[in-house]
Design a protein around this ligand. Sequence first.
Ligand code: GUN
Length: 304
Amino acid sequence: MTEIIDGKRLAERLRAEIGHRATLLREQHRLTPGLAVILVGEDPASQVYVGSKARQARDAGMESFEYRLPHDTPQDNLLKLIERLNGEPGVHGILVQLPLPPQIDTDRVINAIRPDKDVDGFHPFNAGGLATGGNGIVPCTPLGCLMLLKRQLGNLSGLHAVVVGRSNIVGKPMASLLLRENCTVTIAHSKTRDLADECRRADILVAAVGRPRMIPGEWIKPGATVIDVGINRLENVDGKGRLVGDVDFDSAVKVAGAITPVPGGVGPMTIACLLHNTLEAASRQHGLPAPAGLMEAAWESVRR
Ligand code: GUN
């Protein structure tokens, strides 16, 4: 029987555990973790994401600061806001929702965020730390995927992982994390010669390409664990649009050992990991140890 990995439920438990730890920080150290979320422009999907991030931070007992700037905001205004938040003691995490409008240089913005407040883990200091085995902030989506994989498989050592997609947000950090777990890692992408054959070798297949249902069941090794990062909206007749992943779920579910659904798989884990990173950033900025055993506590509570 293929297991459908319930990311929604695990994310709920993880958020509850984070909320509990946030309460302890407040009671024992008079510290309330603060997250600043910045959105430039009116992209409807980004508005929904930013709203969810801010609300879930508040629900976990954190302070949430929301900045919604017009689409024609000059780059300098955004950089000045980041500079101000970098120096704000009550703000422990800063997130600028991507993509940004064309007048803004995304790399300059990411580089402007103080690395210890970069809860997205996109700053070159954190990206470099991950690649070289440091203990910086890890990007939320790959971290969420890793938590799901470890829960499902336990020890990942020696498994062959194929990551389809090479973005800085998901593909590359995902590959680094899997390498850190002693997987043998292949990164495949749009120029990979025989993508189907590469995928068929995977004990762990992570799909992060942003193309609806691109990976069919026949590319999946029987029993493999499939993590689908894609969130693609298909326009349908009623104009509402249905969300589908990068994997063709209906055919893949017949072959895989375990698979994440879309929605309800990786997506909820991403925001839970943002809260995880904010809690960790707040602790470190106050000289406290990073909270340990969060994921294990969440797993336990799912089991109960
Ligand atoms: N846009 C899509 N995914 C992300 C993410 O993880 N962080 C930010 N800041 N923007 C995104």
